[in-house]
Design a protein around this ligand. Structure first.
Ligand code: GLC
Length: 424
């Protein structure tokens, strides 16, 4: 009898459990330590919410490839993924596939985040995604090598960077470091090149491709000049293979001790400092250099990732709860300390533990708050095409297939056809 009762109870329990056990799947990034950090957060959510399973789905590193995967889920109106990690450039292009998080309680927490990012993520009054971490391009440099070669500090201009990189590279090669390069960055034909090239342009008074109010400005002498300079790096201070590099390719070369300078996002900081890293304590970060044009000042492209809830999720309420948990103060704090992923909650830039673990976050706060946006809001829902036209044009200059003046003149025509916008 006891046995029967027990098994009845067990069956009932299982049935109940089946009704109440809920699963939320989060499609997340896996660059550097991202995946591991997200899995840890999922575990903390599950510990606090028995009965909920949070799966973390690994997605491709390249922003374009990741968006391709997401589009497959969206086209199938699939409920398989509930929460998507989306790029700061995507809310406009992908708005229709997300719920309005304001309807699920995000209004209470959104004020703590940088207003510019919240605005970026708000499309027609709907909050497409909650900010999770923010990015800006930084110049990583080897403090030991700069000192060794008699430089006082990081370069202020791209011309200085070119010269310093060449000097250090020549010196390191001469002492047998045959794999050593002056400067590594992201030159593959993908979204990362749009970020790098926008920094070159904007830092040389060459504009931001398309203005926020929809004027195409990309074809101008200052842009031509700086893209030609970047093309001159390929095969001299940067490996020829840089035209196939994404973030992790650059970081691997840098972290192996084989580069004097690197352009990358903040995530590379904590990896470089990790135990066992041969460059630990021998590098620092600074704002990227400026061009030589009159009035030029440094520019960092605004990057970063948000969490949006799929319009096809079967449980948008719970999915929002998971997303808001991931994006909360405590969770962003852990990612900042452990992974040097920059918070989107302003108060974390005054949190002593964050500042102690990642002093650069406080020191370079201006770089993060003044970062230059890609023209994704102005060109939505066609930003992905606009960016592809831009990075392909720049790539053709980097590989020597085209000169910058011609490439940008042709690009201007393509962008006009694509957007219907006027040129300046
Ligand atoms: C980083 C940025 C993102 C950008 C991507 C390009 O992940 O956060 O905004 O699009 O790099 O590779």
């Amino acid at each position: 009898m006891r046995k029967l009762l027990f098994s009845l109870a067990l069956t009932a329990g299982l049935a109940l459990g089946m009704t109440y056990a809920q699963t939320i799947t989060v499609a997340a990034g896996a660059v550097g330590q991202e995946l591991e950090l997200t899995r840890d957060a999922a575990q903390r959510y599950m510990d606090a919410n028995p009965g909920v399973t949070v799966n973390v789905l690994d997605t491709p590193d390249g922003a374009g490839a990741r968006m391709g995967l997401y589009l497959q889920f969206f086209e199938a109106q699939s409920s398989e993924v509930d929460v998507y990690q989306i790029d700061v450039i995507w809310p406009g292009d992908l708005a229709v596939h997300f719920v309005d998080m304001f309807e699920y309680g995000a209004a209470d927490v959104v004020d703590a985040h940088f207003p510019a990012i919240v605005e970026n993520n708000t499309v027609d009054g709907r909050l497409i995604a909650i900010p999770w971490f923010t990015d800006a391009g930084l110049l990583y440099y080897r403090t030991d090598l700069l000192e060794q070669y008699g430089f006082d500090g990081p370069p202020q201009t791209w011309t200085e960077l070119t010269e310093m990189a060449q000097t250090i590279q020549d010196g390191e090669r001469a002492r047998g470091m045959s794999d050593f390069w002056g400067f590594v960055w992201q030159g593959n034909a993908y979204e990362g090149l749009t970020c790098n090239a926008l920094e070159w342009q904007a830092s040389n008074e060459g504009g931001t491709i398309i203005t926020p109010d929809g004027v195409i400005t990309v074809s101008n002498p200052n842009a031509v000049e700086i893209i030609e300079l970047a093309a001159s790096w390929v095969g001299t201070i940067s490996p020829s293979g840089v035209t196939g590099f994404m973030e992790e390719d650059a970081r691997n070369m840098w972290q192996a001790g084989n580069a004097a300078f690197m352009r990358n996002w903040p995530y590379a900081f904590s990896l470089g400092q990790q135990e066992g890293s041969i460059i630990a304590n021998n590098f620092d970060v600074a704002p990227l250099p400026a061009g030589d044009a009159t009035g030029a000042s440094p520019a960092a492209t605004l990057g970063g990732w948000q969490l949006g809830v799929s319009a096809y999720s079967e449980n948008p309420e719970l999915a929002t709860d998971v997303a808001l948990f991931f994006a909360s103060y405590e969770e962003q704090k852990i990612r900042a300390i452990e992974g040097s992923l920059n918070p989107t909650i302003e108060a974390l830039y005054e949190d002593p533990e964050v500042l102690e673990a990642q002093p650069f976050m406080g020191r370079l706060l201006d770089v993060f708050t003044a970062a230059v946006a890609r023209p994704s809001t102005a060109t939505a829902p066609n930003y992905a095409e606009v960016s592809a036209a831009y990075f392909n044009a720049v790539h053709s200059v980097l590989t020597g297939a085209e000169d910058a003046e011609t490439a940008l003149a042709l690009l201007e025509l393509d962008l006009a056809a694509l957007t219907g916008f006027p040129t300046d």
